[in-house]
Design a protein around this ligand. Structure first.
Ligand code: CA
Length: 236
């Protein structure tokens, strides 16, 4: 087995004690860490250090965590970079906005290092599950997508999809729990990136939801960015 490169984690946190604590515990687990003390520095290090995951504090000087999160998601090269937000208890509404802007998870301060390490590992596991294997079929609740036969069934009943609807659904199923921007979907399914076309994505998502009604609640709109398929389907 080839030795895996250690995963690199960027912490964006202006409180040095917290940053050092996080660094200490994650280094013990074999991760490589770098620290940014402001949102702007964080943005720079995302571009220069190519981290595998970002731990992002919400309250930062100059540029806050929400803005950093949004800027990471808007750039195609970092749009899928996992983000774990650090929040304070009284920032609940910001936490929700953060998740809508595409943070993958959050940990509320004060947190135990154990909890943080567990959440980081869970995020990496989730990522490997969705990117490492090349399946011949994808399953989501009652839905099964056969990638060889190009067939979709819901509760074993075949659903007839157009090629683009199929491609769109496949892309969602391959990236559950991730925010997918309209540009990313356009690139992945239509194979080009043309701004005037992003409405096309909305139209196709809408049609997909009509043909597979249970996806209605499971494919969420993400404010001003795009869409996200929930990790687990909402069947009610
Ligand atoms: Ca802070």
């Amino acid at each position: 087995m080839a030795a895996q490169r250690p995963k690199k984690i960027l912490i964006v946190e202006d409180e040095p004690e917290i940053a050092q604590l996080v660094k200490h515990y994650l280094e013990k687990e074999g991760f490589h860490l770098c620290i940014a003390q402001s949102g702007i520095e964080g943005q720079k290090l995302v571009a220069s250090e190519h981290p595998d995951l970002v731990i992002l504090d919400l309250m930062l000087p100059e540029m806050d965590g929400l803005e950093v999160c949004k800027s990471i998601r808007q750039k195609p090269e970092t749009a899928l970079l996992p983000i774990l937000m650090l929040t304070a208890k009284n920032e609940e509404s910001d936490t929700i906005v953060g998740l809508e802007l595409g943070a993958d998870d959050y940990v509320a301060k004060p947190f135990s290092p154990k909890t943080l390490v567990a959440r980081v590992k869970a995020l990496f596991r989730r990522l490997e599950r969705t990117t490492d294997h090349k399946p011949t079929s994808l399953i989501y609740g009652p839905l099964q997508m056969d990638l060889v036969r190009h067939e979709v069934t819901v509760k074993e009943k075949e659903v007839s999809l157009t090629a683009k609807e199929f491609g769109l659904l496949e892309h969602f199923l391959r990236h559950p729990g991730r925010v997918l921007t309209r540009d990313m979907l356009l690139n992945a399914v239509w194979g080009y990136d043309y701004h005037g076309m992003t409405r096309t994505v909305d139209v196709h998502v809408r049609r997909l939801k009509v043909k597979v009604p249970f996806l209605n609640k499971s494919i969420m709109s993400v404010k001003s960015l795009g869409y996200k398929l929930l990790d687990q389907p909402l069947l009610q």
